[in-house]
Design a protein around this ligand. Sequence first.
Ligand SMILES: N[C@H](CCC[C@H](N)C(=O)O)C(=O)O
Length: 304
Amino acid sequence: MSNTVEFAKMNGLGNKILVVDMRGRTDRVAPQAAIALAADAATAFDQIMAIHDPRVDGTDAFIDILNCDGSKAQACGNGTRCVVQALAAETGRKAFTFQTVAGILNAVEHADGTISVDMGRPVFEWDRVPLAEEFHDTRRIELQIGPIDDPVLHSPSAMSMGNPHAVFWVDRDVMSYDLARFGPLLENHPIFPERANITLAQVTSRTAMTTRTWERGAGLTLACGSAACAAAVSGARTGRTGRKVDVHVASANPPGILTIEWRESDDHVVMTGPAEWEWSGMLDPATGAWQRDHEKPADGAAAL
Ligand SMILES: N[C@H](CCC[C@H](N)C(=O)O)C(=O)O
């Protein structure tokens, strides 16, 4: 293959990520390449995090995010942690500043290997989530699914972490809901002109909750970082939790927690959690043709 770039297959709590090195190039990973890679069991992913040369001073890279259906995403928390781990392994640096379409993200890899990402400020205004109708209070919007007189899910909190989210509050095990059936109906509901990520959240204390997410453009993923942020912020916003919450991602594999803090000092949302490198290869960003690297880094560290 001639027109190839390095990539690393990684995950964030099981959220499947391809980190693709597009530095030094002017092209982008094509949506059809993303769809082809997603269709191959070996390279199947939830999001591609394409690392491009920086576009503004003070940033290390511009990160282009694609969902497995080829659509663009403005934010990806789990994927950003994977990018940090890969670049930290490559450069020896621990702190990075990225630009995404959602804005500037600062991130740091800690000595224990966990990574914190400043996901920026949450957005609550109905027309910036965005929603198709005016809601003065997006902590609880009129949306339900199931029988009118006994809805299965209703009255979600709506907000944006750079990408749109609806958080439904439930009192049963989040794994007991047929999210595979309800998810696409809600993701594509006309109330969400840019579609939405759909999360079920069961609050278990003032400092903990369990979540499960149907992702916009990706479906039932094992974990969703920006959704964990949206659920934790919405928990605080609705008085269900404090501003620092351990989010137990129910379907994560490996099981895991994302610690989310919605900082009072500057309104920023900081997510902390793991990332994992699996293997590396080369791919064609125009077609999605790929091959696996055979040599494995001696220390097993993430390697683009
Ligand atoms: N599917 C999401 C993007 C990825 C979110 C998720 N993987 C994360 O870790 O934040 C969207 O289209 O808004």
